[in-house]
Design a protein around this ligand. Structure first.
Ligand code: NIG
Ligand code: FE
Length: 379
């Protein structure tokens, strides 16, 4: 067994009791085996001197849609000239995804995962939702599970064109044969509860069907308008409800009381010109807030957690330390994980060495590639 000492860390964000300065930690069997002052570090087989740089836990991106083909850059350009974002654009990607071979879907996934890792992300949740047939949803998830444990079945993304006249029939398909085919490859079930997608009754039917099959529940809600989705997620005790852009006072109290994580996706507001949610108010109300990329070809095509952190600090009222917590430990909570998102004893040693003396630089230097090195238990 080899032990590795990572030392000369100017600032070590552990997400434990405190952030350490002049720190070090030991990695054994991919796990954190010791954390403390560099001066007190034990002897190890190998030593990595990070030269007075900051280290944070690897980002936990708890919301992405990487099983897709095609490009919607023209839609983005039109949006920047005033065309509003609408859920219907999803159908463009559905057509391209259905036409893509398995190998193309896999290559696209692998490319985006590598892009994420270069930017410090070490745990990735990703969803189906651009196939919307039994075959296409199942094959997307079968590809995804080869690369991540955090796979989510999102057959209830939108009603596909061929079911436009029979949305109830589509919900029956999702909760029946499609769930049967997808469930073996998925850890989570999700739905898009929004005007133009699925209403609360339909979302409830989908979520409860999946949860009855042993999948965990998460939900897209309150992205484009206020609505019942956040309260539904809290009532069902879901791990997380994502977007939370338009919240009423009783949504905030439901989040606080249920413990359901509010996952904010500021890249979406950046790319759709909707207003940013008030993360400060949520944290002050006692809500657990996660930050995730929502990387997808329509509403937000960034894979960068540092960019999301910069937006959360500049536009949503989080402190830099809170934003880093939400992008690491917060994401872990949203996935019901306690082995990632922290650098404390026994956690996976997934970590990011920043080309900076402190994690504040992630927000202070937006757009600058500050990830010097990514170390992870996956090796
Ligand atoms: O999370 N909100 C629904 N789904 C995605 C967008 C998908 C798309 O536009 O292709 C989202 O924003
Ligand atoms: Fe999404």
């Amino acid at each position: 067994m080899t032990s590795l000492l990572v030392t000369n860390v100017s600032e070590l964000t552990t997400n434990g009791e405190r952030t350490l300065t002049a720190a070090a930690f030991v990695v054994e069997r991919g796990l954190v085996a010791w954390v403390g002052d560099a001066a007190a570090a034990p002897a190890t087989d190998e030593v990595q001197d990070v030269g007075g740089r900051a280290v944070i836990p690897g980002f936990v991106d708890s919301h992405s849609h990487l099983l897709f083909a095609g490009d919607r850059s023209a839609e983005f350009a039109a949006r920047m000239s005033g065309t509003p974002y609408a859920a219907g654009g999803i159908r463009t990607t559905v057509a391209a995804t259905r036409a893509a071979a398995d190998e193309q879907l896999e290559a696209n996934l692998v490319r985006h995962l590598a892009e994420m890792r270069r930017q410090g992300t070490t745990t990735v949740e990703t969803k189906s939702g651009y196939g919307l047939t039994v075959h296409d949803e199942a094959r997307a998830l079968a590809v995804a599970r080869r690369y991540t444990e955090e796979t989510t079945f999102l057959g209830a993304h939108v009603v596909p064109a061929e079911y436009a006249d029979d949305p109830a029939g589509y919900v029956d398909l999702v909760t029946g044969p499609m769930l049967d085919a997808a469930a073996p490859h998925a850890r989570w079930i999700d739905a898009f509860c929004e005007t133009g997608a699925f209403d609360a009754d339909q979302a409830r039917a989908v979520l409860t069907a999946g949860m009855d099959r042993g999948l965990g529940g998460r939900l897209h809600a309150n992205q484009l308008t206020e609505g019942p989705g956040v309260r539904l997620a809290c009532e069902l005790g879901l791990a997380a409800v994502d977007h939370c852009t338009y919240l009423a006072a009783d949504d905030v109290s439901a989040l606080r009381d249920s413990g359901t994580v509010a996952t904010l996706l500021p890249g979406v507001e950046f790319s759709t010109r909707h207003p940013y949610p008030d993360a400060r108010a949520l944290v002050d109300a006692g809500v657990t807030v996660a930050l995730a990329s929502d990387c997808n070809p329509g509403s937000c095509y960034t894979s960068s957690m540092p960019f999301c952190i910069a937006l959360a600090v500049r536009e949503m009222g989080l402190t830099p330390a809170e934003a880093v917590w939400s992008a690491t430990a917060g994401g872990a909570r949203a996935l019901g994980r306690d082995d990632v998102g922290r650098l404390t004893l026994g956690a996976r040693a997934d970590h990011v060495v920043l080309d900076a003396p402190s994690a504040v630089h992630l927000a202070y230097r937006p757009g600058v590639p500050l990830v010097a090195h990514v170390g992870s238990s996956a090796r």
